[in-house]
Design a binder for this molecule. Structure first.
Ligand code: B12
Length: 341
């Protein structure tokens, strides 16, 4: 079997069967057949994980199936690191890889760490949800050449700004990546990162071409645009009132119900966090992304698209003193699909 697509299909079948040994075997067989370890990591494991996410979002897989699959993929990444031939020489320094504070998607960061290791970098993987102050202390003590920050959720962007500022204070350049920063990396620039890459391959190529950064094509124009005074203040209000806003949004979504289900409360908490991040970077597209996501997932008992209009109205009424927030809520309301029937 040489086709990488066939290996990915076989790998997904092993994940679906919760077969850790079988999944490891698919990866090791690929290495033994001469497939580049980077391709095993990105074209088999990472691609399969994205498919796992799609199946969860479509309601085909339960959260438990997703957790089991992800655990297996973590074991597979470790097995690939053990079985792969020695990394090629190339990298010229150390990279610390950390997830944003509150970001629990550690596997994408781990995959980046392994790929950079394959390219000869000395990589320190700091794991999921690293608080900005802890990162700053660590960077001061260890002195990596580059800090790579990873996040899957745009709602974590205010934490990205704090991390960039913390690294700036140590003079260490920050490379950002993961879906949180937008498909074109626009929010990496907004939070002041020195560069962005769409995936681990591109990150390795970028670092090989220029190990020191900054990496934005027009870096001279750079500088953070997120977290201006209004952004910080209104994001702070949303953060401070989060629990109350979730309660009133739940009452607006399902006026006849008592306490909200855990799923509804979780989704409304994410809604407030995404709204806060959109206010922080002053970009309606960020909140639109959340609204589209609500329309695309099938979480039983979770927030439904038809419930969004009363939720957005209730939040706008409660947040009348926050003009940017209200503008974003009104714009999102205007873009909602027309009610059916
Ligand atoms: C596994 C998983 C989890 C696990 C993570 C465990 C772990 N150890 O990682 C757990 C259970 C914790 C989890 C939780 C949640 N998750 Co989740 N999760 C996933 C899933 C299925 C796979 C993640 C993964 O491994 N992806 C594969 C990798 C390889 O992703 P990748 O982004 O392509 O990575 C590449 C690039 O981004 C880049 N890159 C990454 N970091 C960096 C850094 C730098 C510097 C650079 C240059 C590049 C770079 O390189 C990588 C390799 O090429 C994704 C689905 C998906 N599409 O990713 C959902 C997904 C990310 N999760 C999602 C959601 C909604 C959640 C929850 C909010 C669910 C909930 N209701 O609680 C929580 C949030 C938790 C939190 N606060 O972090 C959504 C996010 C949608 C959105 N935009 O809002 C997704 C997309 C699922 C979906 N289809 O809806 N999740």
């Amino acid at each position: 079997m040489t086709d990488i697509g066939a290996r990915r299909t076989a790998y997904l079948e092993r994940l679906a069967a919760a077969d850790e040994a079988g999944a490891v075997a698919v990866a090791v067989d690929a290495l033994d057949a001469g497939v580049d370890p980077e391709s095993v990591l990105l074209d088999v494991v990472a691609a399969a994980q994205r498919e796992v996410g799609d199946r969860w979002a479509a309601g085909e897989w339960t959260v438990v199936q997703e957790h089991v699959a992800t655990h297996i993929s973590e074991r597979v990444v470790a097995a690939v690191a053990r079985h792969a031939p020695a990394p090629r020489p190339g990298g010229t320094g150390t990279v610390a890889v950390a997830c944003l504070d509150g970001e629990w998607h550690g596997l994408p960061a781990r995959l980046l760490a392994e790929v950079l290791t394959r390219h000869g970098w000395s990589v320190e993987f700091l794991g999921a949800s690293v608080p900005a102050a802890q990162l700053a202390t660590h960077v001061h003590r260890v002195g990596p050449d580059v800090v790579a920050i990873s996040s899957s959720l745009p709602s974590r962007l205010p934490a990205a700004r704090r991390m960039v500022e913390a690294c700036r204070a140590t003079g260490t350049p920050v490379l950002a990546g993961g879906p949180a920063f937008g498909a074109d990396g626009r929010w990496a620039r907004a939070v002041g990162a020195d560069g962005w890459a769409p995936d681990a391959r591109a990150a390795a190529a970028m670092l090989a071409a220029d190990p020191d950064g900054p990496w934005h094509a027009d870096a001279a124009e750079g500088g953070a645009t997120a977290g201006d005074r209004t952004g910080r203040e209104e994001q702070g209000v949303l953060h401070a009132r989060r629990a109350e806003l979730v309660r009133l949004a739940a009452a607006a979504a399902r006026p006849d119900d008592g306490d909200p289900t855990d799923e509804l409360a979780d989704d409304l908490g994410h809604l407030v966090d995404f709204l806060a991040a959109a206010v922080f970077v002053d970009d309606p597209a960020l909140f639109d992304g959340f609204v589209s996501w609500v329309g695309s997932v099938a979480i039983p008992a979770g927030l439904r698209v038809a419930e969004l209009a009363p939720v957005l109205d209730a939040l706008a009424a409660a947040l009348a003193d926050s003009p940017r927030t209200v503008r974003l809520l009104r714009e999102a309301h205007g873009g909602l699909p027309a009610p059916v029937g």
